[in-house]
Design a protein around this ligand. Structure first.
Ligand code: IDP
Ligand code: MG
Length: 134
């Protein structure tokens, strides 16, 4: 059964002109784009999205970074889309991410790791509500 997940092309990747290549990776697998929007993330949205990391040493930098420039916000739909997207993205640290994954192919640093994807169906529901208000 189809599942929805929240995916975001992060500011570093938008600034580097990688939007099309990254979206292509997801579409190539058969995932369907249900919502798509280019725009800024507000500080409130960033704080809500990354609430689990509040208090960690990298938290403030993470909020500054994700609000630093336009991102591409998407809802993708498909069978087990949450897991499929996480697999396509690769490990959180691009230097640990396997070649062939989006982070492995396009990233080099942990704090600008190209792409975001929800980590569970529950997170997906929460994040879609934060960014698309549904
Ligand atoms: P995820 O994006 O793979 O789910 P999380 O552990 O949830 O990874 O971390 C959220 C985001 O916070 C990461 O994508 C990365 O941009 C950033 N981040 C995570 N750990 C660190 C760190 O130790 N230093 C700097 N940034 C980090
Ligand atoms: Mg996470």
């Amino acid at each position: 059964m189809d599942q929805r997940t929240y995916v975001m092309v992060k500011p570093d990747a938008v600034a580097r002109g990688l939007i099309a290549q990254i979206i292509q990776r997801f579409e190539d697998t058969g995932l369907v784009i249900e919502r798509l929007e280019l725009g800024m993330v507000t500080r409130d949205q960033a704080a809500a999205n990354y609430a689990e990391h509040e208090g960690k040493p990298f938290y403030e930098g993470l909020i500054d970074y994700i609000t630093s420039g336009p991102v591409v916000k998407m809802v993708l739909r498909g069978p087990e889309s949450v897991m499929v997207v996480r697999k396509l993205m690769g490990a959180t640290n691009p230097r640990d991410a396997a070649p062939g994954t989006i982070r492995g192919d396009y990233g080099l640093v942990l704090d600008a790791n190209v792409v975001h994807g929800s980590d569970s169906p529950e997170s997906a529901k929460r994040e879609i509500a934060i960014f698309f208000g549904e």
